[in-house]
Write a protein that binds this ligand. Structure first.
Ligand SMILES: [Fe+2]
Ligand SMILES: [Fe+2]
Length: 168
């Protein structure tokens, strides 16, 4: 099996490789579910009440994403994985939010690639499903950046990143 690290090599993408990449996305969704379940409950302090409530909503949305991905992986004839990417923890609320933001950035980068890869394979409905997920991930990113008081990171500059916003 050609297991090259060419996650963004759109021209070489096969349905098997797409299923593998979707399984990596699924691991990130599991990671996000766990992180949001825990962080939403342990974030304390008056200034974090709003974001803690938002994180609870994120947790449920990440579960929806995991279900959608699992269905797509099954549709491609592969078995959905069961392993989350590692979840970092901290006693520091800012660290927790920063970890979440970094994970969302990574997730967004991957889904942007995935949409292009789905379209290359003619899987337009799948691309549409991932677009819907991507819209929520971008909302998560904005929620976290706002809570941290930082600018929403521009993650459009990947290897094959097509700038959706104006170039830096
Ligand atoms: Fe998600
Ligand atoms: Fe998310």
């Amino acid at each position: 099996m050609a297991e090259s690290k060419s996650a963004t090599n759109e021209n070489k993408i096969s349905r098997n490789r797409l299923a593998e990449l979707l399984n990596e996305d699924l691991s990130r969704e599991y990671q996000a579910i766990i992180a949001y379940v825990v962080y939403s409950q342990v974030l304390s302090g008056a200034q974090y009440m709003d974001i803690a409530a938002q994180l609870e909503i994120h947790a449920k949305q990440e579960l929806d994403h995991a279900l959608i991905l699992s269905r797509q992986i099954d549709y491609l004839g592969a078995m959905p994985g069961v392993t989350p990417k590692p979840v970092r923890t901290s006693k520091n609320p800012k660290d927790m939010l920063r970890y979440d933001l970094e994970n969302e950035n990574e997730t967004i980068r991957n889904y942007r690639d995935r949409i292009r890869q789905c379209e290359k394979l003619g899987e337009y409905a799948m691309a549409e499903q991932i677009r819907q997920i991507l819209m929520q991930e971008q909302d998560h990113q904005i929620d976290l950046a706002t809570a941290l008081g930082v600018k929403v990171p521009d993650v459009s500059g990947g290897p094959k990143g097509r700038a959706l916003r104006k170039r830096r």
